[in-house]
Ligand binder design. Structure first.
Ligand SMILES: *Cc1c(COP(=O)(O)O)cnc(C)c1O
Length: 343
């Protein structure tokens, strides 16, 4: 299939990750279930990248990572504050509720896909009686589901509110690399230094074959986490083949190089479509997605030409996601078609 915009997980594996994957096969036998030399190396590398003595786990996908972390933060009678567009609310089939034994998600409609401290305070203080599930965690998506990015100040303000109300902070970082590339800050500055307890560090959309890293800055929350991972069927026996590809991504800032490229492709598309008559860009892109309202004629015309993209994610406009390997020519061809159909 030619390059597409349906999701940043339609792309394949980046060469650096593939090379590390193959290299992990060169050491013959290794201890299974994560006690291998490759997984040890990756965990150390992640601790370096985050300048933190964090605890790291690997699972197969983002849904499991988010759900197991929320399960670790919450009892069944707790609740999680999140945006109403959050992946945990709209795209995880109730897994966060399932793996936490019933923790309810409390949603708010913040502008530009972001929760605000005010909304959090409203939800956290709305009720204090035992008939309502007690708020225990905040879940932030970074970058957000609509292609925007929380600034350091915004996360800090939310963390202050969280601390005030005794709430943990979970960060769904399926596109964490795109957020860091946009912000130009160190990974530490946008996570534990501003109060994030646990980050789900997304690798798949950044160029890995499979797998997300779960990074606990608050190590008390990691207690017994490996049992949750195992019970959920998320513990890879040949762990090195999930972990080792990270070495390719995390060497020489390859992860940020690809994320910055994907972000730049989104900017390129944005620059072209924002001037098209009848096209309405819904959010100013900061990460690697462009959301634009197009007329039914243009939308159907694009589908007829074979373009693949979603219309049900985010605000109902068309979502164009840019992958780590997206070619500028692909962006230009899409933009040409949007222009031509809009005339
Ligand atoms: C892609 C994505 C995930 C992970 O989805 P899986 O298909 O379960 O790996 C999580 N959060 C967000 C915001 C995503 O876009």
């Amino acid at each position: 299939m030619s390059q597409q915009f349906a999701s940043d997980n339609t792309a394949g594996v980046c060469p650096e990750a593939m090379e590390a994957f193959v290299r992990a096969n060169s050491t013959g036998h290794e201890i299974s279930y994560g006690d291998d030399s490759w997984t040890t190396q990756v965990c150390d590398r992640i601790r370096e990248v985050f300048e933190s003595d964090c605890e790291v786990f690997f699972v197969f996908n983002g849904t499991a990572a988010n759900s197991l972390v929320l399960g670790a933060m919450c009892q069944s009678y707790h609740s999680v504050i999140c945006h109403d567009k959050a992946h945990i609310e709209t795209d995880e089939c109730g897994a966060p509720e399932f793996f936490s034994g019933g923790s309810k998600l409390l949603v708010a409609p913040g502008e530009n896909g972001k929760l605000t401290p005010g909304e959090i305070e409203d939800l956290a203080t709305k009720r204090t009686d035992m008939h309502y599930p007690k708020p225990k965690a905040i879940s932030l998506t970074q970058a957000t589901e609509v292609g925007t990015v929380y600034s350091v100040e915004e996360v800090r303000a939310i963390a202050t509110m969280a601390q005030h109300h005794g709430l943990h902070i979970h960060m769904d970082g399926a596109r964490f690399a795109n957020a860091v590339a946009h912000l130009g800050v160190s990974p530490a500055e946008i996570t534990w230094r501003v109060g994030v307890d646990v980050l789900v560090f997304g690798g798949t959309k950044n160029g890995l074959p499979v797998g997300e890293a779960v990074v606990f800055f608050n190590k008390a929350l990691a207690e017994d986490f490996q049992y949750r991972v195992k019970q959920a069927g998320q513990l890879a026996s040949k762990m090195r083949f999930i972990s080792a590809p990270w070495l390719g991504l995390l060497a020489d800032d390859v992860w940020l190089k690809y994320a910055a490229h994907a972000n730049a492709m989104a900017q390129r598309l944005y620059e072209r479509v924002r001037d098209v008559a009848g096209a309405k860009v819904l959010f100013k892109p900061q990460a690697n997605g462009v959301f634009v309202e197009l007329s039914p004629h243009v939308r159907d015309g694009l589908l007829d030409k074979g373009w693949k993209f979603y219309t049900f994610i985010g605000e109902g406009g068309c979502r164009f996601m840019c992958s780590w390997d997206l070619l500028p020519e692909t962006v230009d061809r899409l933009a040409d078609d949007i222009e031509a159909l809009s005339r």
